[in-house]
Design a protein around this ligand. Structure first.
Ligand SMILES: C[S@@+](CC[C@H](N)C(=O)[O-])C[C@H]1O[C@@H](n2cnc3c(N)ncnc32)[C@H](O)[C@@H]1O
Length: 273
């Protein structure tokens, strides 16, 4: 964590400041991957007013930070942006004017069936856009293949399949990612209302950040992108407005240097839910 505005060294720092001014610290072309989960324009409480803008002001603000962030990407760079259905159409159009859209990924949060909307369908997914700066973008499919289970392997035990490379390598993830949201009891859970699971962010980083590369997240929240980058052996840089979340990020990252049994201790000491 570094809150000194005159610091020259920005690598592996999360700055406790407004990303829109803070990103000036980062030289253009120096970022391999942007993974971000900005405020959704839904009025959520992050201990500040960042999610309380009206629709027009929200979309103007989104465009503003996008135009500051994109020049930071290297030519082989890409971007994942976590959104909700509410504004993803407008934001995807905005990004398609600047980048190549590769996927709309649906994160199925596996919310259990306990009530929900009564005049429409209950939303259980987040919408994630995956965009590349140019055609030659970095993408390592082998890093994210999913192993076939024993049953599938057994079913493919006929001689024509023996030694088949694809059977050993596993299959490529599809564009619907079914990963449970972080319940209160989850060991990963920190005191942040919209914390993303490491599993999701780590998949993005493994696939789209070259070894030893650098990941930018302008809206760190509880620091999931920083923790995921560190766990994957990558560098990170990011920003967060709320000083309490900045302290949480510091704690989370320090845990990653701790012995393995302390790494996943609950970060929920004082959460009120
Ligand atoms: C959706 S949350 C990110 C959650 C994060 N992905 C996680 O897993 O914890 C968005 C975060 O952006 C922060 N934020 C909002 N406006 C900001 C700004 N201008 N600069 C930096 N951080 C900002 C909010 O305080 C909030 O914590």
């Amino acid at each position: 964590m570094n809150s000194n505005p005159s610091a020259v060294d920005w690598m592996n720092c999360v700055f406790c400041e407004d990303a829109l001014t803070g990103m000036a610290r980062i030289p253009d072309g120096s970022i391999d991957l942007i993974v971000t989960d900005p405020p959704y324009g839904l009025g959520k409480d992050y201990g500040n007013d960042s999610d309380k803008l009206g629709a027009d002001a929200y979309l103007r603000w989104m465009e503003q930070w996008i135009d500051i962030a994109l020049p930071k990407l290297a030519p082989t760079g890409s971007l994942y942006i976590c959104l909700t259905w509410r504004y993803s159409p407008e934001i995807f159009v905005m990004l398609k004017q600047r980048m190549t859209m590769l996927n709309e990924i649906i994160w199925d949060r596996r919310v259990p069936s306990m009530g929900g909307s009564v005049r429409s369908y209950t939303s259980v997914h987040d919408t994630i856009g995956f965009f590349a700066k140019q055609k030659g973008y970095y993408f390592n499919l082998d890093a994210i293949r999913i192993p076939y289970d024993a049953e599938t392997k057994k079913a493919r035990s006929r001689s024509i399949f023996v030694g088949a490379k694809w059977l050993e390598m596993g299959y490529n993830p599809k564009d619907v990612w079914s990963v449970s949201r972080l319940h209160r009891e989850h060991p990963e859970r920190a005191d942040h209302p919209t914390q993303k699971p490491l599993e999701i962010i780590e998949r993005m980083i493994k696939a789209s950040c070259p070894p030893g590369g650098t990941v930018l997240d302008p809206f760190m929240g509880s620091g999931t992108t920083a923790a995921a980058a560190k766990r994957c052996g990558m560098n990170f840089v990011g920003f967060e407005l709320n000083p309490e979340y900045c302290a949480l990020i510091e704690k989370r990252l320090a845990r990653l240097d701790a012995p393995i049994e302390q790494m996943m201790l609950p970060l929920l000491d004082d959460i009120a839910e």
